[in-house]
Design a protein around this ligand. Structure first.
Ligand code: PLP
Length: 235
């Protein structure tokens, strides 16, 4: 078994145990493998071990990888910050976007979604930790943004996404995830998706209702942050 296949098995066990601990069905929690900075060969190994959904943050890197992997039926999720001049390529090449945080970006994605493709699945990213440096709309902005996005023709509003401030304190992790769940419930829009939980806090996220956990490090190992920042600035 490759290391990646072993890691997938371990993460699968963590997901199942976390689901059992809160009496949820493990099948209701999707594993989104975050492959940013990792080569196409790593995605191929993960696919061979049963993963179909992959998350990428940097557009050019994602397009290159998609090209190399076009023989596989992968489902691609864009999870990084979105510059509005990048929306066309995102609308054309992804199945999901988790990081929509303003109406202008949503309007462009809807207008630029090719007619032959199904509606683009959308999560609205919410800043649940009120950190000035993080992207995401504020909880106060969310209801108006959600109502407007719900009305766009070529998007399917699925739910909410958050990247809380990293914390080792389970109570603090849970509070941030619970806030996202409560915000989703209070919208009353029949949403089915909560994209929350990463390598270090997936258990807390699952306990609060996560339907996608976005896992990078625990599957593919630590990232080389020098190349990550190079890719970011080269966009
Ligand atoms: C990088 C990234 C992840 C994965 O984080 P890990 O801690 O490596 O599991 C998840 N979500 C987003 C939005 C990311 O940018």
């Amino acid at each position: 078994m490759s290391t990646i296949a072993e890691n997938i098995a371990k993460v699968g066990t963590r997901i199942r145990e976390a689901a059992q601990a809160c009496a949820r069905q493990p099948e209701t929690i999707g594993l989104l493998a975050v492959s940013k900075t990792k080569p196409a060969s790593a995605v191929r190994q993960a696919y061979a071990a049963g993963v179909h959904d992959f998350g990428e943050n940097y557009l050019q890197e994602a397009l290159d990888k998609q090209h190399e992997l076009s023989d596989l039926p992968l489902i691609w999720h864009f999870i990084g910050p979105i510059q509005s001049n990048k929306t066309r390529a995102i609308a054309e090449n992804f199945d999901w976007v988790h990081s929509v945080d303003r109406l202008k970006v949503a309007q462009r994605l809807s207008a630029q979604r090719p007619a032959h493709l199904p509606a683009l699945n959308i999560c609205l990213q919410v800043n649940v930790s009120q950190e000035a440096s993080k992207s995401g709309c504020s909880p106060e902005q969310l209801p108006a943004l959600a109502a407007a996005v719900k009305g766009l023709p070529n998007l399917q509003l699925r739910g909410l996404m958050a990247i809380p401030e990293p914390s080792d304190d389970p109570a603090q992790q849970s509070a941030a995830f619970a806030l996202l769940r409560e915000l989703q419930e209070s919208l009353n829009l029949d949403l089915d998706t909560l994209s929350m939980g990463m390598s270090h806090d997936l258990e807390a996220a699952i306990a609060q209702g996560a339907t996608w956990v976005r896992i990078g490090t625990a599957l593919f190992g630590a990232r080389d942050y020098r190349s990550e920042s190079t890719q970011e600035t080269s966009l």
